[in-house]
Write a protein that binds this ligand. Sequence first.
Ligand code: HPA
Length: 239
Amino acid sequence: MSIPTPHNTAKLGEIAKTVLMPGDPLRSKFIAENFLTEPRLINNVRGVQGYTGFWKNVPVTVMASGMGMPSIGIYSWELYSEYGVENILRIGSAGSIQDDLHVRDIVLAMGACTDSNFAHQFALPGTFAPIADYTLLSAAMDCAKKSGLSPRVGNVMSADNFYDDGSDGPDAWRKMGVLAIEMECAGLYMNAARLGKRALGILTVSDHLYLHENLSAEERQTSFTEMMELALDTAVAMD
Ligand code: HPA
C-alpha cells in the first residue's frame, strides 16, 4: 500500500500525529468547525470527512471511523501504517450495563472484550487481550482531573452487532464487571498493538441497557463537549 490509500486521499504530512475518531462523519465536521482553528478538509472518500486543524496551537486531525470494527479497522490501519499516525483516540458513545454507570458519564476504555473474530487474522495460538495504551490512558486521566472530570476506567465490550435477536443480551458481560457496550475499541486496540502504535477509547454513556435512562439533546451536547475537550487536551499532552 502507498499514499493515497484506497480510503484516504490526504497527502503525506496533512495528517497530524494524533487523530481523533468519532464514528459519525457529521460529528467530525462539527468538531472541526467548532473546536479546531484553521480546519482544513484533508479527506472525504466515502464522505468520512477528515480535517486537520489546531487545538491550543497543536496540530490535530479529526476523521470519522464509521461504525463497527471492520470500518475502524480499515481507517486506523491506513492511518498508522501509511500516514505515520502515532495516537488514535476513539471518541464515541456506549451503552452502560452497570447500575452505577449512568448516561453522561465518561468511560476510559482500559480494556476491550469482544465477540468479534477480528483477532483471527493475527493467527494467535490463544486469546488476545486488547488494551488501551497506558501512556495515552494516564495522559487522559491527568487531563480529566485538571478539568474536574471523573471518568470511569475499565473494560468495555466491542460488539459485532447492535441489535440482538432475543438473546440474553449483555448479562454475562455485566456479571464480569464490563462497564459498557460499544462497537469499535477492540479492533482499534488490536491494530495499534500489531503496528506498535497507541490507541485509547474515550466514551460517553449515551444510553443504559438495564435502567433505560435517556439523554436530552442539551445533555447530549454537554457531555459530548466534555469528552471532546478531554480528547483534544490529551492530544496536546501527547505532543
Ligand atoms: N450497543 C452498541 N453500541 C452502542 C450502544 C449499544 O447499546 N450504545 C451506544 N453505542
